[in-house]
Write a protein that binds this ligand. Structure first.
Ligand code: G3P
Length: 226
């Protein structure tokens, strides 16, 4: 399943369940996957399985769909149900002992898994031991508590590299353009980015100012390219 991913580059996932937002950003060719969670599904107002199926058709890369159960057997059952939707469904599981057990079972069945709600390096170590395809450390929610969320990305990168774990670090709860830049500097494999943040990445006042000056001078030449 790792073949679905573009090796050797930082992947961008979009953190939304709104189809129009995914369509708009997919047109840039920069969307490698999508993450959803129960809150984003609620916000979309859509039927869960229906919207996941639509997203999976739009984006060939990993599309995270989260189980709602909290107990091992039911988590595995829900994970298998979600995996039926499409080959690129990534089963998202919370970082609990039951979630980690379910991760091991579903990973051994050849499913992609994303262990979410990670707030410590030890939790990330457990997820890697459980064979997770992705670990989702939540940067913004740690920052909210006055703890440097980016430090967690650095710690996980070091631990995974020390032991050559193949679990990919999926930087989540990204709230600012600096969160993205710092995740890239820290060596996160993937960042899941809200559409508004992704769109704001290209903006810079000096780009706008420079372009306005170029266009004004071009106008003065009286020329046309076509
Ligand atoms: O995928 C969900 C994660 O990115 C949460 O973000 O902003 O709700 O903490 P946030």
């Amino acid at each position: 399943m790792r073949g679905l991913l573009i090796e050797g580059s930082m992947k961008f996932f979009v953190d939304t369940a709104v189809i129009s937002e995914i369509e708009e950003l997919a047109a840039t060719g920069m969307v490698d996957g999508v993450t959803t969670n129960p809150s984003l599904i609620h916000k979309s107002g859509r039927d869960f399985k229906e919207v996941i199926a639509e997203i999976c058709k739009l984006i060939p890369g990993p599309v995270s769909a989260e189980v709602a159960a909290t107990e091992f057997e039911q988590m595995v059952a829900e994970g298998r149900e979600l995996a039926k939707i499409a080959e690129n469904v990534t089963i998202k599981l919370p970082l609990t002992w039951d979630g980690l057990r379910a991760c091991r079972t579903l990973t051994d069945e050849g499913r992609m898994t994303n262990v979410t709600l990670c707030f410590s390096a030890n939790q990330a170590l457990l997820a890697a031991k459980a064979g997770a395809t992705f670990i989702s450390p939540f940067i913004g929610r740690l920052d909210d508590m006055g703890i440097n969320g980016m430090e967690l990305i650095h710690e996980i990168r070091t631990i995974y590299d020390n032991y050559d774990f193949h679990t990919e670090i999926l930087a989540a709860s990204i709230r600012t353009v600096n969160h993205l830049k710092d995740s890239a500097l820290a060596g996160a494999d993937v960042a899941t980015i809200p559409p508004s943040t992704l769109k704001s990445l290209a903006g810079h006042p000096l780009t706008d100012k420079g372009l306005a000056a170029f266009l004004a001078d071009w106008e003065k030449t009286g020329q046309k390219i076509i």
